[in-house]
Design a protein around this ligand. Structure first.
Ligand SMILES: [Zn+2]
Length: 784
């Protein structure tokens, strides 16, 4: 037997037992994702073997294709061959999987189904082929996880008796994949579509163009892929720190899909009841377009395909007629390739500074009687919508298309929170909800210190799962405009299939359930229980998913009454036993079991891990420094900024460090202003060192203090300067770092410690935002 190591190279003994006991008689547990609407569990089993026939009672080609996909999966891991066949009579009573698409199956809607497994036969009913296909996806999950691991060949498979009636809560259950920032080969795209279909998702939103690459062949404009599909390879550098392309550098990184490849993919997706929604992002995010055809830009100068970061001069020109001729001819080709109902125009984050300077744009504003550049964008979108409608399609765009007036028939995709979606629904437009705070799968899914360097900010699995696609404040009628929900995997940090899988899984399963299962049927503990079993299926397929729900989060606070630091540990998954050590050794099954909060009084290194099936995924390591100022009050003026609210300044002596997420509530944030504070140690105490903890994240305007001074006093009136430290800022530091600055001095007996930190004031010259206000983020003052 071949052993697959997971992402972390850890083997789990208990998983072995499950693998090796996956014999013919083993029946799967019933742990279906997304959760079916109604499920009754029987006592018997159905045995799938060479005796079983697979009968379609309706001669329907789409249905047949879907059934074939199911039988291919069975055949890979069985010694027998199961093939679907059409039969209108002589349908066997026993040993049969029978699918019938009922004429009067109104209760099923387009995508609903019933699945009835008895010991004699499996009966699937639906009104449409899509429903039958989803019944087969449910059926897949009734097999033991070993079914989809081709290492196992079995003579028969047992399935538990069940009775299921199921249909989706929402009709749009989508996921976006960005292939512009990093090109992904078709083989990976096909797998992505397989994943969507497996979890009953039906929209693949394909972000095909952006500043960093144009990915679809356009025969009328060959330069779009000859030039626009290639950029300089800076993949070894962080996305935000990549320089612009210098002259002489070769653009070798990228790729594109030919029209034939796209047609094949559209068919592949359609066989799996997935519709592809193509996105050609405009009028912003178009640097690859204007690098290929500068004549559709405002100034016509030569451009290069962007290499990373955020592009600024990246718009096409809505002032020129040639731009609309270009779009019309491009869309003639694109819309022919994708038979689906929707075309996505993008329309987001359009930097309009070039339009302000462009005589053509200004002329257009005058001629059309527009108020400003926002209305010019609205004019642009409305004109493109007419082209799209002419092709019998509907236009969908990001919520910025609201600005300056929404095009008459447009559907809106709400990403900057829910506001745009609510506004558009109230105006009677259809909306798809994909707020970045719940649906952006490119965000980090756990403690940034434990996660691989993919993504930014944070979006936990439990947060995704908690989402309700119907925003509060909509009437029932308005809520009907909410078509559904979508996850978005942007590509800035997704360089390959492994990165993609890690960010997709397991959050994609949460998105799938949010879209399929009504909110009142969903429950987090129940989901994690089912998810755990489904992770075995991902293990079997060799998919390296994020194990972040097992991460141990450590929180704590100085407890004045107990005179100690109170430690609280938890995992996102609520039923994971946590074991820990305080002596620096790695936790094992024999280590102390955490059973509620406890106190520590001296510095130590805490190591903790969530244990499942006898193993653990990751160890959380927390250095806890208990110092002489721990828990002591400090006197300081409230000059920190409330944009990053904290309760009070006592968090500077609570022994808690902040994280690399500057919005975690553990940082005192100072915009442009300096910081000073006095700590009263209560009695004269020997002191040799003071340290100040700070954050450096230059991209977010967060710089180290320019200088830190420490003053000491015995009486609180007369202070003597004990030391001073300057910190040189290197603009080379593009990474996020939690640091301390240290001021040491000969041991001195004092009662009062004064600390002063000078803010850099403004972003220094050479920085991207030179001259703008600089921020200083502080988390702890250590006194030793
Ligand atoms: Zn212009």
């Amino acid at each position: 037997m071949k052993i697959r190591l997971n992402f972390f190279g850890i083997i789990f003994p208990a998983f072995f037992i499950l693998f090796s006991s996956c014999t013919t008689e083993k029946t799967a547990e019933i742990k279906i994702i997304p959760k079916p609407l109604l499920l009754e569990i029987g006592t018997g089993t159905f045995k799938l073997s060479r005796k079983t026939s697979f009968v379609l009672a309706d001669d329907n080609k789409t249905l047949f294709e879907g059934a074939k996909i199911f039988s291919q999966i069975i055949n890979k891991s069985s010694s027998f061959v199961l093939e679907p066949e059409y039969r209108s009579e002589e349908i066997p009573e026993k040993h049969v999987i029978l699918i019938s698409v009922e004429e009067n199956g109104e209760k099923y809607g387009t995508e609903g189904y019933s699945l009835n497994v008895t010991s004699d036969r499996i009966m699937i009913k639906a009104a449409k082929p899509a429903g039958a296909f989803y019944a087969l996806q449910t059926l897949r999950q009734l097999f033991p996880p070993g079914l989809e691991d081709s290492l196992f060949i079995s003579d028969s498979w047992s399935i538990p008796e069940v009775k299921i009636f199921d249909k989706p809560a929402f009709k749009w259950r989508g996921d976006l994949l960005d292939v512009s920032r990093h090109f992904l080969p078709l083989e990976v795209i096909r797998k992505n579509i397989d994943y969507l279909a497996t979890y009953k998702m039906n929209v693949f939103h394909w972000h095909l163009t952006d500043d960093q690459g144009w990915r679809v062949q356009i025969k009328g404009y060959p330069e779009l892929t000859e030039v626009g599909a290639w950029r300089v390879d800076y993949n070894d550098m962080p996305w935000w720190g990549r320089p612009a392309q210098k002259s002489g550098e070769k653009a070798t990184y990228g790729g594109f899909y030919t029209q034939q490849e796209i047609k094949d993919l559209v068919k592949y997706a359609a066989d799996r009841f997935v519709t592809i929604v193509p996105e050609i992002d405009m009028p912003g995010h178009s640097q690859a377009t204007i690098a290929s055809y500068p004549e559709v830009s405002c100034d016509g100068r030569p451009y290069k395909v962007a290499t990373g970061g955020v592009a600024s001069d990246n718009t096409i020109c809505p002032g020129k007629e040639i731009t609309f001729e270009f779009i019309e001819r491009v869309l003639d080709e694109v819309l022919d390739l994708f038979p689906g109902e929707y075309f996505h125009i993008g329309g987001d984050e359009c930097n309009k500074s070039q339009w302000k300077k462009c005589p053509d744009c200004q002329e257009r504003i005058k001629k059309e009687g527009l108020q400003n550049e926002h209305e010019l964008q609205s004019y642009f979108i409305t004109r493109v919508e007419k082209i799209v409608n002419k092709h019998g399609k509907r236009l969908i765009g990001w919520d910025e298309i609201l600005e300056g007036g929404l095009a008459p028939n447009a559907t809106l995709m709400s990403w900057r929170g829910e506001k745009g979606g609510i506004a558009a629904a109230k105006m009677g437009h259809d909306v798809v909800m994909t707020p970045n705070t719940y649906c952006y799968l490119d965000l980090i899914q756990g403690d940034p210190e434990l996660e691989p360097p993919l993504g930014y900010s944070q979006l936990l699995l439990s947060t995704v799962y908690s989402y309700d696609p119907i925003p509060k404040g909509l009437t029932e009628g308005e809520a009907r405009h909410v078509l559904g929900v979508q996850g978005n995997l942007w590509g800035e940090s997704i360089q390959n299939e492994t990165d993609m899988n890690y960010m997709l899984f397991p959050r994609l399963l949460a998105v799938a359930e949010v879209g399929w299962t009504p909110k009142n049927k969903r429950e987090w503990d129940d989901f994690t229980d089912r998810l755990e079993y489904n992770l075995l299926r991902l293990d079997n397929k060799g998919i390296d998913y994020a194990p972040s729900m097992y991460n141990v989060w450590v929180e704590g606070n100085w407890d004045e009454d107990k005179g100690g630091y109170r430690l609280i540990m938890k995992t996102e998954h609520n039923r994971v036993p946590i074991r820990y050590t305080l002596d620096g050794s790695d936790p094992t099954m024999q280590s102390e079991l955490y059973d509620g909060s406890f106190f520590i009084n001296e510095s130590c290194v805490l190591k903790a891990a969530g244990f499942m099936n006898g193993g653990h995924r990751r160890i959380t390591i927390k250095e806890l420094r208990i110092h002489k100022a721990a828990g002591l009050p400090l006197i300081t003026e409230k000059t920190w900024n409330d944009r990053f609210p904290v309760e009070n300044a006592s968090m500077l002596t609570d022994c808690n460090r902040g994280s690399t997420d500057f919005k975690d509530g553990k940082w005192l944030a100072y915009e442009k202003v300096d910081f000073s504070a006095i700590i009263d140690l209560g009695r004269e105490t020997p002191v040799t060192k003071v340290e100040l903890g700070y954050l450096e994240q230059q991209r977010q305007f967060i710089f180290p203090p320019e200088r830190v001074d420490v003053w000491l006093s015995a009486d609180g009136m007369n202070y003597t300067k004990a030391g001073s430290e300057r910190i040189d800022v290197s603009l080379e530091n593009t990474e996020i770092a939690i640091r301390t600055v240290e001021i040491s001095f000969p041991s001195t007996k004092v009662r009062y410690v004064k600390i002063f930190a000078k803010n850099t004031g403004i972003c220094p010259s050479g920085h991207k935002w030179a001259g703008r206000n600089a921020w200083m983020f502080l988390d702890e003052i250590f006194v030793e």
